[in-house]
Design a binder for this molecule. Structure first.
Ligand code: SF4
Length: 265
C-alpha cells in the first residue's frame, strides 16, 4: 500500500481500524545538533576500535538503536564484531533480522545461546511461564537465557558497545557514553545522547534494515513472552515486562554500579 513520501503504510490485518505509518515516518525527526551527535558517535566508535583492537564487540539486541550502530560500524569500515543473544524465546521477526543483517552488510553475526541443559532444568523446575509469577523468577530466567551467554560473549573482550540511550527510561537517564564496569571492562554507549527521532531519522536516511515489529508499535523488543506493543503516549519501554513496576525493568545486562569515564556531554 502506497503511503507518504514513498514509504508504504503498514496493514495490521483484520481487526485493525486503518493502516498505520511505519515507525520512521512516525518518529523520524532529527533533533537540534543532530550532526554533532552523529559525529560524536562516530568518534566514540573509532575510539573503541582503536583502543580495543580485536577485543571489542558490539553486543547487539537487534533493536533499532543497535541497527544504527551496526550500520555506522560498517560504513566506517571499523574492525568491530557484531554479536547477539538468541535466548530461545525471540520473535520470528527478530531471528529473521539476523539473516537480513548478514546479507545487507555481508558480515558474520556471532550468535550466543544459553546452555541448553540449564534452560531445560529451569523450565522443568519452574514451568514455561515462570517470569509472570515473580520478579525473582523473571530475573532467574534472564540470568539463564541472557546473562550466562552474555558472559561468554564478553569473555576475553576488553570492551563492548551497546545501543543504550538516556531517553529510553528513568533507569537510563544517567547512562554515560563510556563507562567502566566492576570487572574493568569498558562499555561504550555511543547513542547515549540520541533521541528516538534521531534514531529513526538516521534509519530513514540510510535505509537501515530493522525489525518490522517496530512498525507495529514495539519500540523496544526483547523476548516474545516479555514484550508487548505500546499504546500512543506510553513510555518507550512500557511494553517490556509490562506486568512489573517501572523500577524493576532491567534484565541485568546493564547493571548499575558502573562509573562513567570522562565528562558527560
Ligand atoms: S526477557 Fe523474559 S523470556 Fe527472556 S530471558 Fe528474560 S524472563 Fe526469560
Amino acid at each position: 500500500m502506497t503511503g507518504v513520501a514513498g514509504f508504504d503504510t503498514i496493514d495490521l490485518g483484520p481487526g485493525a481500524d486503518a493502516p498505520v505509518l511505519p515507525a520512521a515516518l512516525r518518529h523520524g525527526r532529527a533533533s537540534a545538533h543532530y550532526e554533532q551527535r552523529l559525529a560524536r558517535t562516530v568518534e566514540l566508535l573509532r575510539q573503541a576500535a582503536a583502543e580495543h583492537a580485536g577485543t571489542v564487540v558490539q553486543a547487539s539486541s537487534l533493536g533499532v538503536e543497535d541497527m544504527v550502530l551496526s550500520d555506522l560500524i560498517h560504513a566506517q569500515g571499523l574492525d568491530i564484531r557484531v554479536a547477539t543473544l538468541d535466548t530461545g524465546a525471540l520473535h520470528l521477526e527478530t531471528l529473521e533480522l539476523i539473516g537480513r543483517v548478514r546479507r545487507h552488510y555481508g558480515i558474520d553475526v556471532e550468535i550466543w545461546r544459553p546452555a541448553h541443559q540449564a534452560v531445560l532444568e529451569f523450565v522443568g523446575r519452574n514451568g514455561p511461564d515462570a517470569m509472570y509469577r515473580s520478579i525473582p523468577l523473571r530475573k532467574a530466567c534472564c540470568a539463564v537465557r541472557k546473562l550466562e551467554p552474555l558472559g561468554r560473549m564478553l569473555d576475553g573482550r576488553s570492551a563492548w558497545i551497546t545501543g543504550l540511550r538516556r531517553e529510553q527510561s528513568a533507569q537510563r537517564v544517567d547512562v554515560g557514553e563510556r563507562e567502566v564496569g566492576a570487572d574493568g571492562r569498558v562499555k561504550f554507549n555511543p547513542l547515549a545522547q540520541w533521541s528516538l527521532g534521531d534514531v529513526w531519522h538516521y534509519v530513514a536516511l540510510h535505509g537501515v534494515p530493522y525489525n518490522p515489529l517496530h512498525d507495529r508499535f514495539y519500540p523496544s523488543i526483547g523476548c516474545e513472552p516479555c514484550t508487548r506493543a505500546v499504546a500512543v503516549g506510553e513510555d518507550q519501554r512500557a511494553g517490556r515486562w509490562w506486568w512489573e513496576l517501572e523500577g524493576a525493568k532491567e534484565c541485568g545486562l546493564h547493571p548499575e554500579g558502573r562509573h562513567a569515564v570522562g565528562a558527560k556531554t
